[in-house]
Design a protein around this ligand. Sequence first.
Ligand code: FAD
Length: 518
Amino acid sequence: FTTKAGLYTASDQIVILTPDNVDSVLVNSTAAMVVEFYASWCGHCIAFSPVWKSLARDIKEWKPAMDLAAIDCANPVNIPICSGFDVKGYPTLKFFHAYSKADSKGQVFKAFPRDVRGLRHKLIDLMETHKDPWPPACPPLETASKVEIDNFFDTNNVEHLALIFEMSNSYVGREVILDMLQYENLAVRRVLNTEEGLVTKLGVTDFPSCYLYYPSGNFTRLIVHNEARVFYSYALQTLPRVVRAGKLPQPPPTYDLMKNTTGDHERPFNRSRVYMADLESTLYYSLRVELAAHTVIKGEALSALQEYFTVLVKYFPGRPVVMNLLKSVATWLKDRKDSELSYSSLKDALDNTAEVPNAALPDSVRWVGCQGSKPHFRGYPCGMWTLFHVLTVQAKEAASKDPQEVIQAMRLYVYYFFGCRECATHFENMAMESMSQVGTWITPVLWLWSRHNQVNNRLAGAPSEDPRFPKIQWPPPELCPSCHGVKPTGEHTWQQEEVLAFLHTHFSSEHLLSDYLE
Ligand code: FAD
């Protein structure tokens, strides 16, 4: 799945150009495109590639208006393309307007910054020089006047208008406008401190600051932890009825079975908490549905299953009745002498509650915090991540001596059994890349958190994303304000110590809610 193309892969949020797609990507595109022409052997290109990848992650929400691409000019099949665009040195960056013609050679960046922030600003500058036709998905970037805002709701059918007040040299307003362009029911405009009519009307004294403005003429200041880009974008995403637009109507088939089996009515829940009902539902689905697809389990897959049960027995913070069942099955699995296990015998062990008193799994799934807005959203994969986080935190609480114990067991479970095979491949690639650092450079809890955010980043806007639960970098400031910091340059930074402390509380056994359990 990971299309290796020189320095970038298909998971980098960067379009990898090839002779087969170059025309369809660059010619007549509805988005402006920025292409890095590079040679995979060139040291400067190798040094620049992490920046290009970070930029792609940073501006992934801008894709409908402006997208990043890359082409490896050292690959012989690409040489005619690179020479056709008059590329002589590497890396070369070129800007292609939306609706570029087939003979367009793009606009070369003469000198360009080598950091994400500088590049992001450069892209905004270029976008502002964009000639007509303007990319249709790109909202206006220019500053708004009082007259425009006074008449805004006459011509715009949105519920929320966010005004970012700022100095003329600030990019925050334009960044947030682009960050939010995929969200429905919200418009964002930038207003300069010199726009006296509006500044006076709203009584604005801080620049930047953000105000929500309503058709009635009412307004309210957006309360954020820090007056900075990421905090505005986080807060605006959580406004009522603001959802990511452009969802594909078809659900991915893998998730069809994950809906509530106890009826599809909605269960009210607290988004900032973890529910035991989700963890038990995950066990139910994993043990009774997912494993049932494996008629015979043997070899390394059988060892993986034993490891899975071992960590569940050691660290699952379950009710006694569930723990009794897990323990009895784990013991039975360990004591078996056969080299093969049929699922039917595992099922018998799971059902064999007569011999083990007071032992049972719930008999259906009952998603609570993992409920989706439609049956095919969320459910099991949400539960699996939650289980995974809870187990790593529990292992730490239990002072496990082996930092890799839980994540290796879960890695193997995902590798051998997780029904979404594409997910399993992606996860295995991440594990191969960095899991060896766990226990030395990074704790298992933080490793899993950062990899989960990496997945969230890749999946933002994907068809499997529930519009009511956008894939954000988690935890958002409203859950953990102190997890977020701002560098002197205005860039967002994670306060890892705070994140770790937050994860330990959020996923701790004392913090689990037991609502909706049978
Ligand atoms: P999820 O991402 O499932 O998260 C569940 C809950 O965990 C969230 O609601 C939030 O409360 C919390 N959370 C979110 N981020 C973090 C974090 N960084 N740290 C701690 N807690 C967090 N889907 C694909 O389409 N392609 C894939 O390649 C893919 N790979 C996957 C790999 C694994 C191992 C798993 C378990 C799932 C994978 N999925 C993949 C499914 C996808 O990641 C989501 O689980 C699914 O889309 C449901 O999303 P969700 O909104 O419920 O949030």
